[in-house]
Write a protein that binds this ligand. Sequence first.
Ligand code: GLV
Ligand code: MN
Ligand code: MN
Length: 412
Amino acid sequence: MAAVSDFIDGERLWRRLMQLARFGETTEGGVDRPALSDTEIEARAQLVAWGRNIGLVPYTDSLANLFLRLEAEDPDLPPLLIGSHIDSQPTGGRFDGVYGVLAALEVAEAIRSSGIVAKRAIEVVAWTNEEGSRFAPGMMGSAGYAGLRSVEAIHGLKDANGITAGDAVGRVLASDKDVPRRPLERPALGYLEAHIEQGPILESLGIPVGIVTGIQGKRTFRVAIEGEENHAGTSPRSARKDALVAAIAIVDALQKAIWDKEDIVRFTVGHFTVSPNAPSVVPARVEFSIDLRHPDPDILARLGDLVEPLAKDHAGACDVRVTQLLHDAPLAFSGKMQDLLAQSASSADVPAMRIASGAGHDARHLQAICPTGMLFIPCWKGVSHHPSERIEPTDALAGARVLAQAVEQLVR
Ligand code: GLV
Ligand code: MN
Ligand code: MN
């Protein structure tokens, strides 16, 4: 009897990847598809159409997570979830997240075509706002699903234009009227997520699949500095409360204190706003983000705890407020899921190795409620969150074949 991985159609998977990349495509060849935007609504409609075409039933919830369900013998058994996200960074690539959703769709289609009788349902899922670039913190759909954040708190988040996530979710739900809404938190047998590595290891070793052991820890902060507007030509330095000068001093002090010579720490100030942002006015307000990551929980705790005191010490005449948005400890995925993925790679005849994740993923949240596993495929030079993000069709196929073998084992 043919294995389910033999029903994976690499060309169909690639075609869908290229089609989905058109929603929000940029002139640089990447994708700009903010969470809960019109572009994402269009991409979502395409997913629903593909799903319906192969007999999957769409559902959504109060966070606009999208599920495409392949029904099975016993509809009352908790389903197996497989998927990722379809929102992108503003200068995102074509594969971050989307690969996991479309590999999952391909697996559902392969299971159907193979004639395997699944005992329990499979749900292909696209989680809402993984990236967190429009509404921070990200991974909000999976956090709500796993009961780690309240729907009220998530709905209250605002984007840069003051639009709440609740209103943005409402627009999405209104646009897919014929997609039934279900309660948010539901039991799941397990969760599997395929993703591009977003790092250089698999490509440099020539190995098509990585079995992810875990995700490093992450803390994020918002720093708000309050100074005072003043005249650029007349106000002496001694009289100024220059929020930008304070911000530069704070970022410099943080860098010096946080960067390590081993180069393991990840420290990023990626979002920075100055106000009023006028050439002849002393800057009165600055707001910036901090994204800090480390695989060791104690080091992450210690470095993160430096942020507020260092900010206060270097704020000069300004006031500074530090808000921590997120503190996620380093996480290990289910050993059983890792072993299952390793066996699946071997039965699909795909070389694989264990690998840790530097990037965050929705799988982090799912691990809180069910056994969870992830697999990576290589990406060109490890480049990601960049328009030139690229993968090889053969690797896309290999990852989907391994995923298919693992899914079959779990739902039979
Ligand atoms: C996910 O996109 C991350 O920033 O880790
Ligand atoms: Mn991603
Ligand atoms: Mn990403």
